[in-house]
Design a protein around this ligand. Structure first.
Ligand SMILES: C[S@@+](CC[C@H](N)C(=O)[O-])C[C@H]1O[C@@H](n2cnc3c(N)ncnc32)[C@H](O)[C@@H]1O
Length: 257
């Protein structure tokens, strides 16, 4: 770093501290935008693309290999298939929080839907997905699927999204998913249930220091199953997946006729 850059850096820091102390009097603090300290942002866009290219992998495979447990994406798809998610033709598909699109990409490959839409709060990833997969980006308000008509979707999924939301937002998205799916349509999502939070795992979360904001937000399994039953869905099944340093439970629900 040159002397000029160092001086600039120091001046910026001094300026920030002065502003902080001024607004501190009013009991506020300026918070700088920090990607992925807020769950509604996602991993940095440019550097992730660069790292994936350097590793010679697709972005989805890069994420699967480097940021969590390798093979989880494929394992999830295999379980979804076993639980009948792809048994019927999927014409209309929706995903909440696709991020890099690693699950979206696989569903498109398997089922070739005529129509795909996403609700994604990270603007850079949203734009990239639109360009790469020709999906419709619906305005994501962070809690609803307001632009999607009721009973219109054959498959809706949300992977590793709800575990970072507060309880009421999780419930809002669950309710919205039950609304937009048509008869015999499937809802697939994961949440951190009590089965994912044994003592050993809890200690791993504490030791890792990886939790932040609402993440990981625990959602009772009994509540989830009852919620869907009351809305005329049957449980296709569930399976536990690794979500470092812990686990998450993925559910498949099917809307009755
Ligand atoms: C941990 S990432 C998972 C991304 C992807 N589903 C995967 O498993 O690789 C969470 C994703 O959900 C998005 N997200 C976070 N909060 C959201 C919300 N309230 N509504 C819609 N998307 C959200 C983030 O921008 C990010 O893309």
């Amino acid at each position: 770093m040159s002397q000029l850059q160092t001086t600039n850096q120091k001046l910026k820091e001094l300026f920030r501290k002065s502003i902080d102390s001024i607004v501190g009097i009013a009991r506020f603090k300026l918070v700088r935008y920090e990607p992925y300290k807020d769950y509604r942002n996602y991993i940095p866009f440019q550097s992730t693309l660069k790292a994936a290219t350097e590793a010679g992998l697709s972005v989805g495979d890069y994420i699967d290999s480097y940021t969590n447990v390798k093979g989880t994406t494929q394992k999830t798809l295999i379980h979804m298939k076993e639980l009948g998610v792809f048994d019927d033709r999927i014409e209309r598909f929706c995903e909440i929080g696709p991020g890099t699109g690693r699950y979206l990409e696989k569903v498109i490959q398997i089922s070739q839907p005529d129509y795909c839409e996403i609700y994604e709060t990270a603007k850079d990833w949203e734009a990239w997905l639109v360009q790469k997969y020709n999906v419709i980006a619906q305005p994501a308000d962070g809690t609803s699927l307001a632009k999607t008509p009721s009973n219109s979707i054959d498959l809706i999924q949300a992977h590793k999204v709800l575990s970072g939301q507060p309880t009421l937002v999780i419930c809002s998205y669950l309710g919205e998913m039950t609304r937009v799916v048509r008869e015999r349509g499937k809802v697939v999502f994961d949440v951190v249930t009590e089965d994912c939070m044994d003592d050993e795992t809890l200690h791993k979360w504490w030791a890792s220091g990886w939790g932040y904001q609402h993440y990981p937000c625990m959602m009772p399994k009994r509540f989830v199953i009852d919620f869907f039953k009351k809305r005329n869905f049957s449980l296709g099944g569930s399976f536990i997946l690794p979500m470092k340093p812990g686990k998450t439970e993925c559910f498949v629900f099917i809307k009755a006729k």
